[in-house]
Design a protein around this ligand. Structure first.
Ligand SMILES: [Zn+2]
Length: 137
């Protein structure tokens, strides 16, 4: 699968977020399971896992709902797919905040000097990682 530019993926994620549905929440009311629409009527299930240590951030698992069982999203291996970005964007928006996305910790730390908290976002069992700088909207 072609790796799309981060800015492009964020744009696609924000468009998909408008049609995303929260399917499950944790005890704090934070979304843990979000369904995100993809191309050609496809549906992707997102499972957000928050680490107890906030510094280590969260992981997002993306599964394509095929109708005969889920298959891991190929876009979420090696980098973070826009479906997962969409789910995190929705969770951030619900908390009254907004996220800026950075490819590296260094850029995220620089960005956070202007305000915000750096949250690493990893793909589940994959090697993809991005850094969200989350601040008040
Ligand atoms: Zn995906």
């Amino acid at each position: 699968m072609k790796k799309t530019r981060l800015a492009q993926r964020v744009e696609m994620a924000r468009a998909a977020m408008e049609f995303a549905l929260v399917m499950g929440r944790n005890k704090l009311g934070q979304p843990t399971h979000i369904q995100v629409p993809g191309h050609a009527g496809k549906r992707y299930e997102q499972f957000i896992r928050r680490n107890d240590n906030r510094q280590s951030g969260l992981t997002v698992e993306c599964q394509l709902n095929t109708g005969c069982g889920p298959i891991p999203c190929p876009g979420n291996n090696g980098h973070i797919c826009y479906h997962s970005l969409s789910a995190v964007e929705l969770a951030v928006k619900e908390s009254g905040k907004k996220a800026s996305w950075c490819q590296t910790r260094e850029i995220a730390d620089l960005r956070a000097r202007m305000g915000g908290q750096v949250i690493p976002v990893q793909s589940w069992k994959g090697t993809g990682i991005l850094y969200a700088v989350v601040e008040e909207a």
